[in-house]
Design a protein around this ligand. Sequence first.
Ligand code: ATP
Ligand code: MG
Length: 287
Amino acid sequence: MDFPKPYRVPFDGKFSVANAKTKPAQATDKDNLKKQLKQLVKELAELQEMLYAQDQYALLLIFQAMDAAGKDGTISAVLSGVNPAGIQVVSFKQPSAEELDHDFLWRTTKNLPERGRIGVFNRSYYEEVLVVRVHPEYLSGQQLPPAIDKKTIWQDRYESIRHHETHLAKNGVVLLKFWLNVSKDEQKKRFLARLDAPEKNWKFSAGDVAERQHWDQYMEAYEAALKETSSKQAPWYAIPADDKDYMRVQVAQIIVDTLKSLKLAYPTITDKERSQFAEARRLLESE
Ligand code: ATP
Ligand code: MG
């Protein structure tokens, strides 16, 4: 299986947020991007149908980003053509008391897609090494036993994630992880737009501005997480997010190319089935 290369975070630990682009390298043409997206959405729908018919792989798409980077919009734009029965989108918010009483991979594991389906995680177990790393006080809510070393906890978490993802990959789950990389300036513009437009007010939450104060710590946490967990069985993609149309096309293209590389095919008909079909035809035609 071949994972597409553009925007892929290298597997050698040499990723830096400072060098990751938030904007496309060249000027883009909105109409052209919209056309491209339409075509990709169509291809994706066809590929998902084959994924389902073949029933060997599940596809898991993980989306992580700062607020207002466009996770929701990207998920709905890219997956809008797929048969709703073939897809499940799950959002992970602050963990509940029940979730905190389990290990940090429990709640996402319960929501993994079954074979033949596309699972989308809007946030994921990566929150554990992002928001929790930025706010280590959240760890106290987890009631971890004293023997767990707080000095190595992030390294230990990365290791758990790598093992988990290797396990999934070895069991037919194809994983793609997207970091929608929005710039700090663009986030500010989008927050202000949410405040300005009454129909966008509902998207605004004062807490998002508070989180913005921790921007640099978040970038450090993203850099460490992507470096430590981008692997050949579960690559990260750092997608420029300041231009939404461009971002959506990149995400859709990576998903389509990945599915194509699986060489999906409809199950072939056996000789026995072929003769059953012939018999069914005979019965129908003789009615
Ligand atoms: P929206 O686009 O609707 O704002 P959202 O994904 O930002 O969607 P919110 O309810 O605004 O949803 O925020 C969810 C919050 O839950 C985020 O701030 C996120 O960091 C936090 N969260 C998710 N997982 C964890 C976790 N394991 N521990 C602590 N906080 C978490
Ligand atoms: Mg939010």
